[in-house]
Each structure stands twice: as structure tokens, then as C-alpha cells.
Design a protein around this ligand. Sequence first.
Ligand code: IMP
Length: 428
Amino acid sequence: MPGIVIVGVQWGDEGKGKATDLLGDRTDWVVKFNGGNNAGHTVVIGDEKYALHLLPSGILSPGVTPVIGNGVVIDPEVLFAELDALSARGVDVSKLRVSANAHLITHYHRTLDKVTERFLGKKQIGTTGRGIGPAYADKISRVGIRVQDLFDESILRQKVEGALDQKNHLLVKVFNRRAIAVEEIVDELLSYAERLRPMVADTGYLLDEALQRGEVVVFEGGQATMLDVDHGTYPYVTSSSATAGGAATGSGVGPNRLDRIVGIVKAYTTRVGAGPFPTELFDEQGDWLRAKGFEFGTTTGRARRVGWYDAPITRYATRINGITDLVLTKLDVLTGLEQIPVCVAYDVEGRRFDEVPVNQTDFHHARPILEHFPGWSEDISGCRTFEDLPQTAQDYVLALERMSGTRISVIGVGPSRDQVIVRHGLVD
Ligand code: IMP
């Protein structure tokens, strides 16, 4: 079973880094296939806490070859800063391989991200402001700059000219900003070339070879199902394919190579940025959940919106991704609640929806139909088998499993690497 995909089920920040890390010893390759430095994994190893934005979390496991696939957008300055920070802490980063076809985020993408958001006013998406959307827009519009362009100065200059031609009109005439000089961008990009060169490879080829040798390749999705550009709560989404299908297109391996699809789901729900969120809490229970789960963004530091577990969303994600295993994270955060509400369906102005409504207006107006499950007060952070959990916690997990349409294979009971209950291994 060599090809394992990890995707977020909800709106991100489910704790995917932990799952990749859990697979660490069995993993030979970890591939980031979508997104850029809008992501934020926090991985805790021993007493050390690592916050990664662009690099795949597998970079922390010795023996693993980390790969940045063609589906990623790379801000080279951020890439080098993350590599330097890890090197300074003694992490070996020399194995990193970067796809020659990945697109680059430049100064004008970051600028456009910020001014576009400002322009949208009340309708803004609440992006991370890292230039992700504009870089993907350029890719689809065929005016993007790819990693391989850094190694051919005349092509690079032509492409930057082509991209800035339209953008400078937009920046000056619509957004009232200064024009950006071609040379400024070309010089900046060329300054990255030599350091990047040894990392650049035909990563699709390398991964195919590895899979043929029977090595374990983990495809690590950034963001999550409900933020996917096709299947999420459009337009309140990110600009890439964050679902399992994106693992194939974003890394250059065939879909039949993806053997296991692991969905990461939090025992409650969070969201950063704008957009619909049926189970959102606005009261002190929400404040309690946010504080207890420490729900503040790794990338932006923003307080996350919080709410109860939404079963139709997990069912939807199971279907869209073909999830074979769920990893339920942060179960320990719910300790101390007398009753745990779970959204089992939606009410949309008197109509009941058992599944996520396809119509965006319905989803915007969806109110959760809640079922309440008995809570527990015992500390569960030391539990290492399912039977160690209090009966009510076991019942809560089994109820979620019944509603989600697939098995819950791993349960997270604390932030550290070893604070997990493994019911079914993710590799065998
Ligand atoms: P962008 O990806 O910066 O364009 O932002 C688009 C939307 O996706 C915003 O609502 C962001 O808050 C959200 N988003 C992007 N990356 C993440 C993530 O890693 N976790 C949670 N939300 C994210």
C-alpha cells in the first residue's frame, strides 16, 4: 500500500501534520501537492514545537525525502527562511526536492492579494494575504512564472514582462498603486536561482520510480475539503485542489497510485476567514472551545471561528475524497463538557437536509440540527487504547464513526506525537 493521501475534512487546521508525523517511521517520501505558505502545520516532537508553512511536515523525519510538487505555489523567500530556521535547529533539510513545474509567488502576487481583498470590502474572503490566489490565477491564465524559468534568464524576462503588462495597468489605474518594474522582479527571482538549482527535479518521475520500488509515499494536502476550489464553500475557498484528486494532478502521479485516503477531522469544527459555517458558536461556549483547543492561526495568528462537530460535512468529505480512514484529532479538548452537541443534519427555513446542500444559498442559511451526547470529565490525555477511554468518550467516537461513513482509525488525545490511540494502522 505505498501511496497514502492525507487530506483535511473540514476547513483546515485539523492537525494533519500530526498524522504525517505518525506515519513518519514507515514513510519514505512526503509530498506537498497544493497550496503554498498559506498552510500552517504545528508539529510537536519532544519539547520542541515546529510551525511549518510551506515545507511538508515530513521534513522533520530523518529518512524521509520531502517533495514540493508541481501543484504548489512557492514563495522562494519563505522557502529559504523556513529551511534556514530548521537548519539552525539541527534539522537536515538537504533531501528536499522541488518540482521544476511548481509556480512561483512574487512580490506582485502578494500586493495583488492584499489590494484585491481591500477592494472587496465587506465581501472579502479573508485570505492569508500571501499571494496564493493571484499566483494560481496566473497559472490558470497562463502567465505564471515556474521554478524552471529561473534557469533561463531571457525566458524569465519575457514571462515577467508578459505578466506585468496587464498587472501594472491594474495596479496603477484600478488600485492606485505604483507600477512594478520588470527588472525589480527579474533580479529578485534570479537571486534565488543558484540556491534553488540543486533542489529542482522532475518530481513526478522520482515519485513514480519510488512507488514502483514499493516505497511509502505520503501525499500531504494543504487546507481542506471545504476550502477546495471545486468542492468547498466557493468563493470562500482557497485557490487550489485540496481534495484527494489534487494529490494526483498536483504531484504528477496517476490516480491509481493512491491506495489509501486518510481524512483528518477535528472532534469539533474551526474555520479561519469568511464564509458559511453552520455549527459556529458565538457565545461563551465558543470562547471556551477556542481557548481550550488553542484555536489561533499558525500562519496569521488570527482567532479561529469555532463550532460543534458537523457530521454531514464529514460524510461529504468521505465521498468527495474517497476517504478510507479517519484520524479524529483533539478529542481531549472536549473533556469537561456535560453534553456534547453534534450536528446531524441541517434545517434550511423549515426544510431538513441530511447532506451538505449543493445550493450555496441553502448552505449559507443552514442551521444545525443538533443531537446531544453525554460527555466525560476524566483526563483522557494518557489513554493509549480505545478501551482506556471512558465509556462516554468511546460512545461519542463510535457515534461519529457511524455518521461519517468510514472508520475512525486513529484518535488524537493530546498535542504530542505519542498522544494517539491507533485502532487501525494507516500503512498496512
Ligand atoms: P488563501 O489560501 O490565502 O487564498 O485564503 C483563502 C481562504 O482559505 C481564507 O479563508 C483562509 O483563511 C483559508 N485558508 C488558507 N489556508 C488555510 C489553512 O492552512 N488553514 C485554514 N484556513 C486556511
